[in-house]
Design a protein around this ligand. Structure first.
Ligand SMILES: NC(=O)c1ccc[n+]([C@@H]2O[C@H](COP(=O)([O-])OP(=O)(O)OC[C@H]3O[C@@H](n4cnc5c(N)ncnc54)[C@H](OP(=O)(O)O)[C@@H]3O)[C@@H](O)[C@H]2O)c1
Length: 268
């Protein structure tokens, strides 16, 4: 049954577009990342009406819990890790969207149960069949989880539904393991379904830009608002596209820099 209830009024002014209706599946629901970072971040999005009304979360982990137990646990954790005052009405709205599937990531039955739960939750919250899978667990599971999702048909995009997978850092522990993980993911998902979060990938590039500016007698006096006309940021799923765009633009502009917040180099 589609829900018609309305998200409570925003606590802070909205700063972006409300996201599409969707279900977020968190692999590693009882873990540290989920309770300290993901849930407070989702609550903050809800507080600015950046989550769709048709949003739901399914947590997956080994610990056996009912939906109600999971909601209770999450509420206790949230009281410890919320970044500000908690709006009780908003939290109630959020926590009622939470569901839980218990099972081992190595067990195919976990993915069968997840598929059934997703179908039920999607119908209950009217989430338009859009699912995204967030890897908040140990990195050695990432590739196998995505393969198992594909085996039960959960990575297939059809009838205008989208399916995405979010890999929380680390994306491999060296170049070879990053290449191997990339290959495993690309066997069952297309590049535009994969989102890699690894702020460390950008860290050195950004630090280098700062060093280049401040430690260089040639650039230091001219890399400022008087002489820089534009700073461009490029994001494209195709490495060749951002490389070409950067090269073309740098030829035109007095100075340009680029960064990719989500690394998606298919050549990895
Ligand atoms: N913690 C952070 O602040 C942070 C920040 C950035 C990135 N990360 C990255 O995020 C990932 C998770 O870190 P974390 O600190 O949240 O780890 P964690 O506290 O150890 O949590 C791991 C989660 O995975 C589940 N899990 C582990 N093995 C499983 C299996 N075989 N089957 C089913 N569930 C299983 C656990 O469920 P049960 O407890 O029910 O067994 C638990 O919910 C890591 O890749 C880490 O590098 C973490």
């Amino acid at each position: 049954m589609a829900q018609t209830e309305v998200l409570p009024a925003p606590i802070k002014p909205r700063v972006g577009r409300t996201a599409d209706p969707c279900v977020m599946v968190i692999f590693g629901f009882s873990g540290d990342l989920t309770r300290r970072k993901l849930i407070p971040a989702l609550y903050n999005l809800a507080s600015q009406q950046l989550l769709a009304q048709e949003f739901a979360v399914i947590g997956v982990g080994r610990t056996p819990m009912s939906d109600d137990d999971a909601r209770k646990k999450l509420t206790e954790d949230f009281k410890k890790f919320a970044s500000g005052a908690i709006d009780a009405k908003l939290w109630e709205w959020f926590v009622r969207r939470l569901h839980y599937v218990s099972g081992d990531f190595g067990d195919p039955a976990t993915f069968d149960n997840l598929k059934k739960t997703l179908a039920k939750v999607d119908q209950e919250h009217n989430s338009h069949g859009n699912y995204f899978f967030y890897m908040a667990t140990a990195p050695n599971y990432f590739g196998d989880i995505v393969e198992r999702l594909s085996t039960v048909g959960l990575m297939t995009e059809e009838n205008a539904h989208w399916r995405r997978v979010i890999i929380e850092k680390p994306f491999g522990h060296d170049l070879d393991s990053a290449k191997a993980l990339n290959k495993q993911l690309l066997k069952v998902a297309s590049e535009c379904q994969i989102y890699r979060i690894d702020h460390y990938l950008g860290k050195e590039t950004v630090q280098n830009i700062l060093a280049l500016r401040f430690a260089n007698g040639i650039f230091e006096p001219i890399w400022n608002r008087r002489y820089i006309d534009h700073v461009y940021r490029f994001r494209s799923p195709k490495p060749s596209a951002w490389r070409n765009a950067a090269a073309t633009t740098m030829g035109r502009a007095p100075c340009a820099t680029w960064c990719r917040t989500i690394s998606c180099s298919s050549s990895l």
